[in-house]
Design a protein around this ligand. Structure first.
Ligand SMILES: Cc1cc2nc3c(=O)[nH]c(=O)nc-3n(C[C@H](O)[C@H](O)[C@H](O)COP(=O)(O)O)c2cc1C
Length: 333
């Protein structure tokens, strides 16, 4: 495809579209990762709490399923992180992303071995630190996202991070369709990362109950627990989140709250327990209406984003046109 504009995320990672499939513990295995990469995006393998040798096998399986670039994600605060980091040094995937924590000290050694390092950051302060430590790009994730989150929202955070650093920014949190993608590019992002939207992909092995929970969710379906212990998590409001709130309200200790969380995401993903499992999903779940293949999702995202770019390109305040509703958009399309 002939391209006129240079996109630094496309150049850096070698993908066709600057869209990352967000790594999701227990959810994004080799199957989903390879499907996303084969569709022209960057598939990102999650490692969560995976035993190191399973992680190594998953890297090999992904390589068998795609010859396109893909990434692996390490969660800094999860037990066994060092062992999984060793596997990364041995296997040398092209791209490494880091979630939950400050990866500064690992960036130079990974880059010295030829890997591209893209940490996830929830704030300007961590973005500046990661750039200083040599990160190639950043994923800036707002609190609308599913899973472990920070406290700032995508809309105000992206432009503040873009203004504070020089390396390219991938926006994450709250994006489930092409309008969200276009909005993030308007804010200065050069790529986007979507998690929740890919949960309902046919190639995603998550239990059908989990997928139906995403499809059934509305704009207010999620809750954030763990704020009192400085470990906020966004998931579907259910019996489990109510129990978390009770404990937090009673002033329970870090240990008590952490104990309640153990194994709960796995329960939801693998056994489909959406009542007492942790059904992590973002606020954008309300935009997700059906199961689709990864290819269908990506084609829809691209075509919707292109429509949004065209509409926005046709509008200007100087011409007296202001978008205030979908109806108006259609009227002036
Ligand atoms: C079930 C689930 C598990 C996740 N696990 C991880 C993880 O292991 N590492 C990580 O960096 N991000 C993780 N995330 C965040 C996603 O990679 C992505 O950034 C986020 O879902 C984007 O927001 P969205 O859900 O609004 O699309 C997870 C998200 C979900 C929904």
């Amino acid at each position: 495809m002939q391209r006129n504009i240079i996109n630094r995320i496309v150049e850096l990672t070698g993908v066709e579209y600057p869209i990352f499939q967000g790594p999701m513990t227990w959810v994004s295995d080799s199957g989903l990762t390879a499907a996303a990469s084969n569709a022209g995006c960057l598939g990102v393998l999650s490692t969560g709490n995976m035993p190191p040798e399973v992680f190594r096998e998953e890297i090999h399986k992904t390589r068998d399923l795609t010859d396109k670039p893909f990434g692996v994600n390490l969660v800094l605060l999860s037990p066994g992180f060092e062992e999984r980091l060793d596997i990364v040094f041995q296997e040398k995937p092209e791209i490494v992303s880091f979630g939950a924590g400050n990866p500064s000290k690992y960036i130079a050694p990974l880059k010295d071995m030829g890997m591209i390092v893209i940490p996830v950051v929830p704030s300007v302060a961590l973005a500046v630190r990661a750039q200083r430590a040599g990160a190639d790009a950043l994923i800036a994730e707002g609190q609308e996202a599913g899973g472990h989150i920070g406290s700032t929202s995508t809309l105000p955070m992206i432009p503040q991070i873009v203004d504070s650093i020089d390396i390219p920014v991938v926006a994450a949190g709250g994006i489930a369709d092409g309008r969200g993608i276009a909005a993030c590019f308007a804010l200065g992002a050069e790529g986007v990362q979507l998690g929740t939207r890919f949960i309902v992909a046919e190639e995603c092995h998550a239990h059908d109950n989990y997928k139906e929970a995403v499809i059934g969710a509305n704009d207010r379906a999620t809750a954030v627990t763990g704020t009192s212990i400085n470990a906020p998590v966004r998931a579907l409001r259910n019996k489990l989140t109510r129990r978390f709130y009770e404990l937090e309200f009673q002033g329970a200790s870090l240990e008590e709250i952490e104990t309640l969380a153990i194994g709960k995401l796995r329960e939801a993903v693998m056994t489909g327990d959406t009542d007492t499992g942790s059904v992590m999903m973002g606020q954008c779940a309300g935009l997700i209406k059906k199961k689709q293949t990864v290819n269908e999702i990506v084609e829809e995202l691209i075509s919707e984003a292109d429509d949004a770019f065209k509409r926005m390109g046709a509008l200007s305040f100087n011409d007296g046109l202001m978008i205030n509703s979908q109806k108006n958009l259609k009227k002036y399309a």
